[in-house]
Every structure is written in C-alpha cells, then in structure tokens.
Design a binder for this molecule. Structure first.
Ligand code: OOG
Ligand code: MG
Length: 244
C-alpha cells in the first residue's frame, strides 16, 4: 500500500480535540493488534522548534509495530517523506499513578535505564507542514523508532546526561550535531515535563514503556543508506533505509 500525504486540518481545531483525534488514531492501531510500546515527547529542543515553527512541547505514542531492531531495515516504500532524528530513550520501570497531584509524582525514581535512539518521523500532511493541532492529531509524526544499547541510569550517568554530544550520522558523515542539554535543558527535565502533559492529555505511563525525550537536533531527510544516532557515553543506535 502506497502512503500518501493528506491536506492539513482546517485551522482552529482546539488542542484538546487534536489529542482526542490522536488517541482515536492510535486506538485503531491497537484494535488491529498493535501494542503500546511507549510515549514520545516532541519539540523539546530549540533546533526542532526552529525547524518546524512550533514551540510547544507535544506528546505522542509509539507502538510495537513502529519498533525497528537496532541495525535493522526501514522500508522507505511505506513512508511519504520520512526524516530521521537522534533521540535519547528512557525505560519506565514502574507504573506511574497520575491520579494524584503532579508534585507527588517522582518520574525519575521510576526510570531505570537510558539508551541512544533514532526516530523516523513522517508527517502525513502535504509538504511536511503542519500547525500545532495538526501534528498532535497526527500522533506527532511518529513512524518508526530504534533503541540502541541500554545503560543503567546510575548517578554518574544522570549527571552526564546534562551535556552529552549527540550526532546524527548519515552514511558516515555527521549531518547534525547537538547536545543532550538542548532537550529542555536536561533530558531528565523533559521527563519531568511529561508528567503534567500525560495527566492533562490522558497518556498512560506504565512499567516497561520506552520514553523518547525528543530530538536534540533538527531532523534530516531519510534516504537509502545507513543512519546513526551517536550519543557520547551511550553509544550508537542505527538503521538502514531501503526500498524493500
Ligand atoms: C513532529 C515530531 C517532533 C521531536 O523529537 O521533536 C519530534 C515533527 O517534527 O514532525 O518527534
Ligand atoms: Mg522525535
């Protein structure tokens, strides 16, 4: 089946409705048998905000069908105009109770591992252009994701995460370079920001979920070849894009 872009939604859609549409879209995936794999944040860095013209943190969901094994293949024939971006991934070790006040939720105490990640985004909108409600309704452009080696989130790693060099490498060339510190100042602060967003917009945060903190650099077009996210200290997550 060929993937084709659709027009943007009519302007003026309230953000709450856009999140309802997203939940309905993801709900259809779950009805088809996909399982929820995790939650992603978007627009957490200035580089992404500037690239897309949106300066509000957004949230989406990833499923098992979107997971590409590290080093595995991504079929470009299934995508419209895909882009790739480097991510930092966290693993949620415990369910988070979102029924009480935000102040009582210590998300950092519930996260036990960190990994380098890659995200393949593919807006369903023409020309990869969208408003804030558009991109939220489109599940924040989520298409595929790759998670590299997991590392225990010990004290030294938590601290180091404040400034680790992040590179997006395409066919061996560095296409984008940034720092984990560009993800809302610190990727752990991005996790903290997820709590009120998840509560307000109805995202469950449950044990075993993968949390993508958002790209530290702008995204690059995904073309046939090898792409890598290299994060200092954490290592590499990679994929090969090809027409299957
Ligand atoms: C929206 C998704 C943003 C990120 O990491 O900032 C995102 C898009 O850029 O199409 O995933
Ligand atoms: Mg992303």
């Amino acid at each position: 089946m060929r993937a084709e872009a659709v027009p943007q939604l009519p302007p003026g859609l309230p953000l709450a409705d856009a999140y309802r549409i997203q939940h309905a879209v993801v709900g259809r995936r779950l009805e088809r048998g996909e399982r929820l794999a995790g939650t992603k944040l978007g627009m957490t860095s200035r580089a992404k905000m500037a690239q897309m013209g949106i300066s509000e943190v957004i949230c989406g969901q990833i499923t098992d069908a979107m997971a590409v094994p590290d080093g595995g293949a991504v079929d470009l024939a299934r995508l419209i105009h895909p882009r790739v971006e480097p991510e930092v991934a966290f693993r949620l070790a415990r369910d988070i109770d979102l029924t009480g006040p935000d102040a009582e939720v210590d998300i950092l105490a519930c996260v036990d591992a960190v990994a380098p990640g890659l995200e393949i985004i593919d807006s369903r909108y023409a020309d990869f252009r969208f408003s804030l409600p558009d991109v939220v309704a489109d599940n924040t452009s989520a298409a595929f994701f790759v998670v590299g080696p997991w590392w225990a989130l010990d004290e030294a790693t938590r601290e180091a995460l404040g400034d680790l060099t992040v590179e997006l490498v395409i066919d061996g060339e560095v296409a984008e370079r940034g720092s984990t510190g560009e993800i809302l100042g610190h990727p752990l602060d991005a996790l903290r920001a997820l709590v009120p967003l998840a509560r307000e917009r109805g995202f469950p945060l449950t044990a075993g979920q993968i949390l993508l903190a958002g790209a530290a650099t702008a995204a690059a077009p995904l073309r046939p070849g090898r792409v890598q996210a290299r994060v200092a200290r954490l290592g590499i997550a990679s994929a090969v894009a090809e027409y299957a």
